[in-house]
Design a protein around this ligand. Structure first.
Ligand SMILES: NC(=O)c1ccc[n+]([C@@H]2O[C@H](COP(=O)([O-])OP(=O)(O)OC[C@H]3O[C@@H](n4cnc5c(N)ncnc54)[C@H](O)[C@@H]3O)[C@@H](O)[C@H]2O)c1
Length: 371
């Protein structure tokens, strides 16, 4: 079988999730290529060596510049904080690699646009990792909407709620540093909810936004010294879609008791769908069918449901990590067919345009155009 050599940059949270996906995908699905976990890259030699051994990479490296220039690498998989997405992606595109990048695409709209220009100029395939699109229940919601089962969409209601920084003494990690992360809850979690909105409902024409930082100073990790927090702890937005639907998105890291509550509800003229990541094997569906109609919970674990044929018999549940395996599966097929995968850097830029408009609106107090 043909081989597809992968280089992973960054090996912590997303690096582990992507490593698992590359390791598992060929064990459960038929592939046109054998993915080869060639090299993982980090900054600390001892740590990255340990990560390579544990996660199953053949080699380790400490310079992403050298890794992306290697002739034997086909795919560069970017799992680093936002401030390094652009330089790595530009170099990878120039070296004619397939570029697979974590979300949000970059820290600013200008950087995201440069990344899109670079992959287009180089003529290379590109994908952004909005993995939640490939949770089977979300893919089923997409099928039902595309088949017109819930009619004309009127409402999108998305929330993405966490509580991991409620303690004011929680350290100022990179996610709380604008220079590293670009924004806070907005780019980190609301961006997923906004991707759902674009994927399931349509393009977002304009927004009004509000952003709040509750704790403005925190201790630096491992130090007594404190440093300012210059990103949002929570971000809220109202949305006007180009197709006439209206919506709202709320992202917060201060929703006490909510761990990874990524939920949406979509109401159409003939029915509704609702999804909650913390119950990811289920989709709530309401189809207007007269006096006996009501919401029912569909257990999305049948062979006929999206992606499930690769896994277990009905009712044998799948988890968070499978969304990454499905994303890598579709990426590998797209590479074989030389077709642009979805979502790609175009989607990354459109998402970033909405993030940018929300920030502008939060500053101006006015509705701002987002497409
Ligand atoms: N798709 C999702 O659901 C999802 C979830 C979490 C994070 N993310 C995104 O994934 C990216 C990484 O987040 P994370 O949670 O994995 O962060 P993390 O802190 O867990 O890991 C970051 C990794 O990048 C490495 N790194 C940092 N700078 C580097 C450099 N210059 N060269 C080489 N390696 C470098 C670090 O050593 C570490 O291994 C971010 O863009 C984040 O927004 C996406």
């Amino acid at each position: 079988m043909k081989k597809l050599n992968v280089a992973l940059i960054g090996y912590q949270f997303m690096g582990r999730a992507h490593s698992n996906a590359w390791r598992q995908v060929g064990k459960f699905f038929d592939l046109p290529f054998e993915p080869v976990m060639k090299v993982v890259c980090g900054r600390n030699e001892a740590d990255v060596k340990k990560a390579a051994d544990k996660l199953g990479w053949q080699e380790h490296a400490t310079s992403w510049q050298e890794v992306v220039a290697r002739k034997d690498i086909d795919v560069v998989d970017i799992c680093t904080p936002g401030d390094s997405h652009m330089p790595i992606a530009l170099a990878a595109a120039e070296a004619k690699k397939v570029v697979f990048c974590e979300k949000p695409l970059a820290n600013t709209l200008a950087e995201a646009t440069r990344m899109l220009d670079a992959v287009k100029r180089a003529g290379v395939l590109h994908m952004i990792c909005h993995n939640y699109r490939r949770v089977p229940a979300v893919a089923l919601a997409k099928e039902l909407i595309s088949q017109g089962k819930i009619g004309t969409i009127r409402h999108y209601r998305g929330v993405y709620l966490q509580d991991w920084i409620v303690d004011p003494e929680f350290p100022r990690v990179w996610r709380l540093d604008k220079a590293k992360a670009g924004s806070g809850a907005l780019g980190d979690i609301a961006s997923h909810s906004l991707d759902f909105a674009r994927y399931l409902v349509g393009e977002i024409a304009e927004v009004t936004g509000m952003m709040k930082t509750f704790i403005t100073e925190r201790p630096l990790p491992g130090e007594k010294k404190r440093a300012p927090v210059d990103v949002d702890d929570a971000a809220l937005t109202l949305l006007r879609f180009e197709n006439g639907a209206i919506g709202s998105v709320e992202g917060s890291r201060f929703a006490t008791g909510r761990k990874n509550y990524n939920r949406f509800e979509i109401n159409g003229s003939k029915g509704s769908v609702a999804f909650d990541l913390e119950r990811l094997n289920e989709l709530e569906v309401y189809i207007e069918e007269g006096p006996n109609s009501g919401f029912r919970t569909v257990l999305v674990t049948d062979g006929k449901h999206p992606y499930i044929q690769g896994w277990w018999p009905p009712g044998h549940l799948i988890g968070y990590e499978h969304s990454f395996t499905h994303t890598v599966l579709d990426l590998v097929h797209a590479i074989d067919e030389q077709k642009l995968p979805s979502p790609n850097f175009e989607d990354g830029v459109k998402n970033q345009r909405v993030l940018d408009a929300i920030e502008r609106s939060a500053a101006s107090g006015r509705w701002e155009k987002s497409s």
